[in-house]
Design a protein around this ligand. Sequence first.
Ligand code: FAD
Ligand code: NAP
Length: 318
Amino acid sequence: MSDVRRTKLLIIGSGPAGYTAAVYGARAMLEPVLVEGLQPGGQLTITTDVENWPGETAIMGPELMAKLRAQAEHVGAHIISDIVAEVDFSRRPFRAVLDGGEVIEAETVIVATGASARWLGLDSETRLRGKGVSACATCDGFFFRGKQVAVVGGGNTAVEEALFLTNFASKVTLIHRRDELRADKTNQQRLFANPKVEMVWNATVSEVTGTDGVSGLVLTDTVTGEARPLAVDGLFVAIGHEPATGLFAGKLAMDEEGYLLVAPGTPVTSVPGVFAAGDVTDKLYRQAVTAAGMGCMAALEAERFLAHQAHAPQQQAA
Ligand code: FAD
Ligand code: NAP
């Protein structure tokens, strides 16, 4: 028979959103239980320098996440090294079954399972990730001051990343596999008006070249099949993100891309008592500090929800 653990607050995920929710939840005496998942510490554990976390001029991603984890534990959060394999939000207390078989019953839940960038799937791209290949211009653009970079993708993200990169790079080449962008017309106008931007239409990236850093790309023309080199110092992949929400399909309302829907400006999901924070519900900002802010909001809402339940008049049995 499996063990059953009971908690006022279950947090699913150990990125900036999850750990911050744990700090606030613990300090509100909710004795939170946090299940850290397959990537303890979340996305920042796969990056090097983080230069936009308040209070830290520069800190390595894994070190920052170790500090957040230590803070969450220090204030009393209980961290479990496992994965949530199944949830039942159709009754209260909510139930979560972990991969290892443990069952958690929770009065409130914060979902902070994050999202991950879609990659092109090239070996050379994987090898040079963090060494010139990135999926976050806001995070890494600063490292390409005065250099030449390429962005791949044709949606709003690719266009906005390309425009953002013109603040640092000497030249930005946007590579798109078709002859028409998917991005909004306003974004397109801004892009085409920027003298630092050059378009490469009908092309895919078939290889990223370089040993310790990016020295160039091999592009393949999608119409003629011809290959040609492009010299760049960095590649930004902007072909979309995937929120980690498979677990919640049919249980929490999502948009067509799988991001959890929340009431505007709040972490309140379609199920009362279940809250969402961080990249799992945010396709716009996708930053550590915004995820952390949402984690704080979610914990405050969980506390408010429980207080409201405690003061609500008892329902009469029929
Ligand atoms: P994540 O960090 O994605 O964490 C999600 C967590 O959920 C993980 O711990 C995972 O294990 C857990 N999880 C998923 N499924 C389950 C499950 N079933 N059960 C239990 N747990 C589960 N942002 C910045 O502000 N500055 C930067 O410099 C910066 N650099 C970046 C560099 C890279 C390479 C990348 C990929 C991202 C970068 N970002 C940066 C973005 C930032 O990392 C994210 O915005 C932030 O981590 C989102 O936090 P989160 O808590 O929402 O989710
Ligand atoms: P997106 O709209 O899905 O666009 C992804 C782009 O990447 C598409 O142009 C697609 O090409 C291309 N692509 C996909 N797979 C590829 C591959 N393997 N190789 C090469 N190219 C590939 O994703 P997004 O730009 O991240 O935007 C996601 C959502 O957020 C959208 O709804 C977007 O409008 C929204 N968003 C809005 C704003 C804003 O309003 N300011 C900003 C950012 C994002 P095809 O076009 O050929 O399919």
